[in-house]
Design a binder for this molecule. Structure first.
Ligand code: AMP
Ligand code: GLY
Length: 423
């Protein structure tokens, strides 16, 4: 089989790494890929939103399966385009990807399907949004409706801060069209977890639980990022909660999407807030999480390719996932200054030494090759992922890798996985 993976981050490196282990696969291509991916796949110089370029490449190269990593091509309708041409493609179509592309649509579906979530209002009018904020008081959360590269959410501790966020969206148009509508919702306290499941539109095949670390600094301080590290399994998701999440979140939503005529096929990611055993959904994403995918796929024992094919062809019947008993922890190493402006082009040292460590994989995200050297080019640069018998051992392994890698300005959190140790 020939497989094309779309994307070039740590998530796509983990997908390519896992797909490369499948005996079904003879050749892997990745667009645009990165230097880490290049050791496993042929990188193709096409951007993720070049839908027609990607379609031509998949058709001309007779790809047997295309796996879409990021949300942008999904919301632009890449799956619809490939399906029209009879190509097998993993991911939801444009109508189903609205779950991530529009927070208003996502909340509307949750309410329709009875999925537990925070109370909210959707607004295009400033005064109405302000009245809602004044009525409900702070803390309160303001979210741009559309895709905003993880920057569209403000958790406001005062009413004035929330109103500034409304003005930024609706008056200053800081997020362009993505912020023409916004959501204001109640603040939820608790501990976050990520729960991903494969679905063919009817059946649900859950992945193991995981937990991301969104804020840039230790102890969840500082601004939110794309995710500074993740681990799996996440003990905050007990066995009882696992079943409850399937029954009260995934089953009703997947059935509701089909009923609305926008059947969801692919991987469905629920961002959860868990407070004293009570689960509420913060958001749905229409793709694998990044960095959650790095620890999740490090622990997945089953061949992923038949699962991806089954979602693409519409039948997950008979598919079950097997997991390694080990825990996995991924520590993101980021450029200095991220998530604000950062300097690029510094040589990354220690990658060869890290490659010699057992039970450790260094997934590349924002890297490039320059004159035979690997340099940082993105905010999140590497996902150093360790396996261990326990989360504590996996933490030690991941940080053993982190200690041998360096470049000018590098930063990472030192407490990835710590919440699991407290449980
Ligand atoms: P979202 O993109 O909707 O997942 O929001 C990004 C982050 O903002 C989440 O991972 C949470 O840390 C935080 N957040 C979003 N909604 C809420 C909420 N209603 N209450 C508390 N924190 C929230
Ligand atoms: N790690 C958060 C996300 O993938 O959206």
């Amino acid at each position: 089989m020939k497989v094309l993976v779309i994307g070039g981050g740590g998530r796509e490196h983990a997908l390519v790494w896992k797909i490369a282990q499948s005996p079904l696969v003879t050749e892997i291509f990745c667009a645009p890929g990165n230097p880490g991916i290049a050791s496993l796949a042929k990188c193709v110089n096409l951007e993720v939103d070049d839908l027609h370029g990607l379609l031509a490449f998949a058709k001309d190269g007779s790809m047997d399966l295309t796996v879409v990593g990021p949300e942008l091509p999904l919301t632009l309708g890449i799956v619809d385009l490939f399906q029209k041409e009879g190509l097998a493609v993993f991911g939801p179509d444009k109508s189903a990807a609205r779950l991530e592309g529009s927070k208003a649509f996502c909340k509307e579906m949750m309410v329709k399907c009875g999925v537990p979530t925070a109370a909210y209002g959707a607004f295009t009018d400033r005064e109405e949004a302000v009245a809602f904020i004044r009525k409900h008081g702070a803390p309160i959360v303001v979210k741009a409706d559309g895709l905003a590269a993880g920057k569209g959410v403000v958790v406001a501790s005062t009413e004035d801060e929330a109103i500034s966020a409304v003005d930024l969206c609706l008056l200053d148009e800081a997020f362009g069209d993505a912020g023409k509508m916004l959501i204001v919702e109640s603040f939820l306290a608790g501990e976050e977890a990520s729960f991903l499941a494969f679905t063919d539109g009817e059946r649900i095949v859950p992945m193991a639980s995981s937990q991301d670390h969104k804020p840039i600094f230790d102890d969840d301080k500082g601004p939110n990022t794309g995710g500074m590290g993740a681990y799996s399994p996440a003990p905050v998701v007990t066995d009882a909660l696992h079943d409850e999440i399937i029954d009260t979140v995934f089953e009703p939503l997947v059935a509701g999407m089909a009923k609305e005529g926008c059947t969801y096929r692919g991987i469905l990611y629920a961002g959860l807030m868990i407070d004293n055993g009570v689960v509420k959904v913060l958001e749905f994403n229409a793709r694998f999480g990044d960095p959650e995918t790095q620890p999740l796929l490090s622990r997945l024992k089953s061949d992923i390719v038949p699962v991806l094919m089954a979602c693409a062809s519409g039948s997950l019947e008979g598919i079950e996932l097997e997991w390694h008993d080990k825990a996995a922890v991924c520590v993101v190493m980021a450029s200095g200054g991220y998530p604000a402006a950062y300097e690029k082009g510094f040589e990354i040292k220690g990658l060869d030494e890290a490659a010699k460590i057992d039970d450790l994989v260094v997934f590349h995200a924002g890297t490039a090759e320059k004159d035979g050297r690997i340099v940082n080019t993105g905010g999140r640069v590497l996902g150093v992922t360790g396996l261990g018998t326990t989360v504590a051992e996996a933490i030690d392994k991941a940080y053993q890798g982190v200690r041998v890698i360096e470049w000018q300005g590098v930063q990472c959190r030192t407490d990835i996985g710590k919440k699991a140790l407290g449980r």
